[in-house]
Ligand binder design. Structure first.
Ligand code: C6P
Length: 414
């Protein structure tokens, strides 16, 4: 049985008092909190077997390497990758996308080739393609949205043509919470001869994903958004694609042999992991995956969907709230972005913080989407596996007070 109160006991930070109030953490799309097993594993690594990986023959080095490679196998199982060699550790989703842009895009894309992304992308899935497009004279196309905040699939179909070489799309929007139909997008892209990169930063933590069944070419995500440490990301790639790509970083451990004139790359995945990696972070990622496996990702998904539907229904009843993205909770995962009357999102977030409630305010690294909607910023709440309906009630009560408090503050400063 999914017992959220039991689960909360595993997260020490959830007992924190912030500004005199019990912390209500609703900023999970930015980063999630960590269970004690993750914190302890990192402590244990540093206090009992801290050593570099893949280098030493001494016992500490062997133990650290085993733990590091164990995480790779666990990640592979988590997304059903055919082989752990298809899992590259990076420092996050951002670095994973950049790695594909430089190691695949720079090598294989030619002038006039087209890349399709969507208007709801995070900057991490826009800027690397803009840089590449400028460098190689490529065409970057943006798929628009329908009025309900879902992707315009018809526009996508008519954008696809024989010049399309890559479709890079987020599975779940970090602003709208929209769940995109990636299965259909992958199918259509492949039949047009394009490969597909899915940004799973917001979906892999909550939606069971099988990369083989989806037939996705690249999948990228971050450990810190799924209970794991910061500074660890994943690039999954099909083996034949990874084999043909050149490394992004040259340096230690990514080579087989170096002479004065040239070098021979190591096999995948090491070819892409030059330099000393975030060993503690990768080792600390394993208990995060273990935690999600134990809970069952489908249960996590159902829990989040119940919370989002509860919050949406109640938010819609508050006068002056404008919600962005799909209003039916079917097309939306765990995220709700909104504006409240004409109060600036930073003011809303600052007042909520006085009640111990953490939400995000700003453009959420999605400025083109905000311009497209016609706003410069929004407030965002995002739920995860340890949030409760009671926390949503506390948030809604505090939100109702924001208007009054803000007006009083405003009057006092005049
Ligand atoms: N979004 C948010 O508050 P990194 O920072 O590399 O771990 O992840 C980047 C990233 C890429 N794609 C999507 C869809 C994302 O949501 C994010 C991170 C956080 O929305 C921090 S800006």
């Amino acid at each position: 049985m999914y017992d959220v109160y039991e689960i909360r006991n595993d997260f020490p930070i959830l007992k924190e008092i912030v500004n005199g109030k019990q912390l209500v953490y609703l900023d999970n799309s930015a980063t999630t909190q960590k269970p004690k097993t993750v914190i302890d594993t990192i402590y244990n690594y540093y206090s009992s077997y801290n050593a570099n990986v893949h280098r030493g023959v001494h016992s500490l080095g062997v133990k650290a390497t085993e733990a590091y490679e164990n995480t790779r196998r666990m990640v592979a199982n988590f997304i059903n990758a055919p082989d752990p060699v298809c899992i590259i550790f990076t420092k996050g989703t951002t670095e994973s996308i950049n790695l594909v842009a430089y190691s695949w895009g720079r090598k294989f894309l030619k002038e006039g080739n087209e890349i399709i992304i969507t208007i709801m992308e995070h900057h991490s899935n826009i800027v690397p393609w803009q840089i590449l497009a400028k460098e190689k004279n490529l065409v970057l196309k943006f798929i628009p949205l329908k009025d309900d905040g879902t992707l315009d699939l018809e526009a996508f179909k008519s954008s696809l043509n024989e010049k399309t070489k890559l479709v890079a799309i987020t599975h779940v929007s970090n602003v709208l919470g929209t769940i995109n139909p990636i299965r259909e997008i992958i199918r259509l892209s492949h039949s047009a001869g394009a490969i597909v990169l899915v940004d799973g930063a917001q979906s892999v933590p909550s939606i069971p994903i099988d990369v083989q069944e989806l037939d996705v070419d690249f999948l990228v995500f971050s450990a810190h958004k799924m209970l794991g440490p910061t500074g660890v990301g994943v690039l999954y790639g099909k083996e034949e694609l990874l084999e043909r790509m050149d490394p992004l970083l040259g340096g230690g451990e990514m080579i087989k042999r170096v002479t004065k004139d040239s070098s021979v790359w190591a096999d995948i995945p090491y070819k892409f992991e030059g330099g000393t990696p975030n060993i503690a972070g990768v080792i600390g990622f394993a208990p995060a995956i273990e935690y999600l496996n134990k809970l069952g990702l489908s249960n996590v998904y159902n829990h989040e969907r119940a919370l989002v539907s509860y919050a949406l229904n109640r938010l819609l009843k508050i006068d002056g709230i404008r919600i962005y993205g799909p209003l039916n909770s079917e097309s939306r995962l765990n995220i709700i972005s909104f504006n409240y009357r004409d109060i600036h999102p930073h003011d809303v977030a600052t007042i909520l913080d006085q009640y111990g409630i953490a939400i995000r305010a700003g453009h959420h690294c999605a400025q083109p989407l905000h311009s497209y909607i016609g706003i410069s910023a929004s407030c965002r709440v995002s739920f995860y596996l340890y949030n409760t309906k009671e926390e949503i009630d506390i948030f809604l009560d505090a939100l109702r007070k924001v208007d009054r408090i803000f007006k009083n503050e405003h009057r006092r400063t005049l």
